[in-house]
Design a protein around this ligand. Structure first.
Ligand code: ADP
Ligand code: MG
Length: 680
């Protein structure tokens, strides 16, 4: 097939990944042997020595070398979890937290949630006084600082996947550096697949630190140690397409089929961008495998993305049955966060979903955008673990060389900082600009965030958290706009409804991705659709789900995602408890949708838009920034185009689309946010 041009003399990428021996005969019995074969094993004593003698140790090693699963175990063996102390290991992604925690529990032969546990937002699988190794997202670690500012229960905190440079990772590193000054006995490990180790070390060694080294004779060195874990690598041959592909999902599917036809055994890992395009590729391949009889029947296809239910995650890691070929279609979560065994072929779309925030327009988009060269190399490296592999890039070599940036931009420099600022404020750090940033966010972005928080009533004239609203908003583990909406529902008497909406808004989507059945999905949606928009529609769906007795058949019939709804019920229960703790009275407004919409407006007034009367294609303008936006086709208000709306988020494809849209009365805006709208 055309896209499999093998350019002679094409780039041969030498993967620095090492490989443990192939995992034939994979089983519990030889888990110790497997551990000993990992490259990190040879560094065990060196790591323990460095951690003992240095406040901060930076460890760089290729994906699969054993950093995440082994280092916490080494620390435990060396006694760092004795005396009631806990070893923490953070990850940027929830799914990675769950996956590595269950792997480590398995290696240690313990039940997950006891000696080895994990905590992610809305899910705590740890036992106090029992859990010794705890995996958690860096976001959860920040939340824990609100309760325990010096994180006293941890002896060692390993900040993993630091190269990802997620917002929370950057914030955590800044905060830990401060904690370290007050807790010299705390040890930090910063680990990553690729990292500017020197600049990270420089970050942890400021002048103050240096003076301390001179004055304190005892105690660990303040100078960070750097350790690089070397591993044996297999070559990965890179193939480029000759001409740019029009549809990378289709191209990925044809490439998988071609590999299956022409290449020897070995599993395939495909990088796409999100649940939607992954869903499409999975169905296309599954159909193909069924239609094609013997030819593609050896393929077993699995999706892998962050919202995936636990049971399906486990399937991804299960060994490939003899005579079969596993195809895993993943977001960039498989780039470095998770190790998948047996991958020999990688298909790289060259894209991922990324956040981009523009402080001028005050819009944060989720965009499918080209990845960096560094990411492309990481992706290719996933093919070289078991034996020499191949990576099929669905873009041209020219594109790789000339169009792709060398490194990604840290998330903190391309995101809305409203959530980040309130967290830092809640930790009592007032000088946000002077916070020791690993990479400084744009001042305009900071100012925007402060302005929104002020309008939400969260910050006062001195940019301090207000009491009680500011502290309450900070305490709820949701975006500040959602938290504010919950607080407002108390006065408006609709907290039951708003908590349901908040739970559903924190999920990706409650609808099943429609693959082919657009008409049926639309019809199903219409059964629940409310003229007031998506938020009220969610209440109808939730109601229906409860009345069905939380039935999966009911969900199937109505194109509703059963797992998402079960998750919504769980999250809602947690939010109820938080609301009660904050003194909110749980009350239903009994279908008075106006108060519900007012409460939503009290949180999301900044996202108000007006239909452009001169446009005939449903174009809206944001009130504050005059940005052109449209209602997303997935909204029940698509094509209805009411005059005034509020949206929850924006995705950019061919246009800027508003997701989760609700009608409002414009007079509410000046009621709830007079400061924000005073000049309109
Ligand atoms: P790193 O953090 O350096 O990328 P990990 O500690 O995640 O490496 O993985 C080390 C090794 O552990 C992998 O090479 C793989 O052999 C094994 N491993 C990790 N997670 C799993 C899992 N869920 N199932 C089976 N093996 C795993
Ligand atoms: Mg890892």
């Amino acid at each position: 097939p055309r896209i499999l041009e093998d350019e002679d003399g094409g780039v041969v990428f030498v993967s620095a990944a090492l490989s443990s021996a192939p995992t034939s005969g994979f089983g519990y019995a030889n888990i110790d042997k497997q551990r000993q074969r990992l490259p990190i094993y040879k560094y065990r004593n060196a790591i323990l020595y460095l951690v003992e003698t240095h406040a901060t140790t930076i460890i760089v090693g290729e994906t699969g070398s054993g950093k995440t699963t082994q280092i916490p175990q080494f620390l435990k063996e060396a006694g760092w979890a004795e005396g009631g102390r806990v070893i923490a290991c953070t990850q940027p992604r929830r799914l990675a937290v769950q996956a590595v925690a269950s792997r480590v529990a398995e290696e240690l032969g313990v039940r997950l949630g006891e000696d080895v546990g994990y905590t992610i937002r809305f899910e705590d699988l740890t036992t106090s006084d029992v859990t010794k190794i705890k995996f958690l997202t860096d976001g959860v670690l920040i939340r824990e600082m609100m309760e325990d500012p010096l994180l006293t229960k941890y002896s060692v905190i390993m900040v993993d996947e630091a190269h990802e440079r997620s917002i929370s990772t950057d914030v955590v590193l800044g905060l830990l550096k401060k904690i370290q000054r007050r807790r010299p006995e705390l040890r930090l490990i910063i680990s990553s697949a690729t990292i500017e180790a020197k600049s990270m070390a420089a970050f942890f060694l400021d002048r103050k630190g240096r003076q301390r080294v001179e004055t304190h004779e005892s105690g660990p060195s303040k100078e960070p140690a750097i350790l690089s874990v070397e591993g044996r690598g297999f070559n990965v041959r890179i193939h480029y397409v000759v001409e740019a592909v029009a549809d990378y999902v289709q191209a990925a599917v044809s490439t998988v089929l071609a590999i299956n036809d022409q290449e020897p055994a070995g599993d395939i890992l495909v990088f796409l961008t999100g649940e939607d395009d992954i869903g499409v590729a999975v169905s296309l391949l599954t159909e193909e495998a069924q239609a094609n009889g013997n030819k593609s029947s050896g393929l077993i296809v699995f999706p892998l993305y962050s919202g995936l239910p636990r049971a399906e995650q486990d399937l991804v890691f299960s060994p490939t049955p003899r005579g079969k070929r596993k195809v895993i279609i993943s977001t960039n979560i498989a780039e470095t966060s998770l190790t998948l065994e047996g991958i020999v072929y990688v298909v790289d779309s060259g894209f991922s979903k990324q956040r981009f925030y523009n402080p001028i327009s005050d819009i944060e988009n989720l965009v499918v955008a080209p990845i960096s060269k560094a990411s492309a190399r990481q992706r290719a490296g996933r093919a070289g673990r078991v034996r020499p592999g191949k990576c099929y890039r669905l873009y041209t070599e020219e594109h790789f060389i000339n169009e792709m940036s060398a490194e990604g931009i840290p998330e903190i420099q391309r995101s809305n900082l409203v959530s980040c600022v309130i967290q830092i404020k809640a930790l009592g750090i007032d000088n946000i600009l002077g916070f020791g940033w690993l990479a400084s966010p744009a001042p305009e972005t900071m100012i925007r965030a402060l302005e929104v928080l002020y309008s939400l009533g969260v910050l006062d004239d001195d940019a301090k958290l207000t009491s009680p609203v500011g502290f309450q908003v900070a305490e709820i583990p949701l975006e500040p706009m959602i938290s504010k909406m919950i607080l407002s529902s108390n006065q408006l008497g609709c907290s039951e409804e708003i908590i349901t909406i908040a739970a559903i808004l924190s999920l990706q989507s409650i609808w099943v991705s429609s693959r082919g059945a657009y008409k049926e999905l639309d019809e199903a949606k219409m059964r629940f659709a409310a003229a007031e928009g998506d938020h009220v529609t969610f209440l109808n769906v939730y109601q229906g789900f409860l009345e069905s007795g939380k039935s999966s058949q009911w969900c199937h019939k109505n194109f509703v995602n059963y797992h998402a709804m079960k998750k919504a019920v769980e999250i809602r229960e947690q939010l109820r408890r938080i609301a009660l703790r904050l003194g909110i009275t749980l009350k239903s407004c009994e279908r008075d949708t106006e108060v519900v919409r007012k409460a939503v407006t009290a949180g999301f007034f900044a996202n108000a838009c007006r239909l452009d009367v001169y446009s005939h294609n449903g174009m809206y303008k944001t009130i504050r920034g005059s940005q052109e936006v449209h209602i997303h086709p997935s909204s029940v208000l698509f094509r209805v185009n009411p005059k005034w709306v509020i949206y929850h988020s924006i995705v950019l494809t061919d246009r800027q689309y508003m997701r989760n849209v609700m009608t409002i009365d414009p007079s509410w805006l000046t009621d709830v946010a007079p400061h924000f709208y005073q000049h309109q």
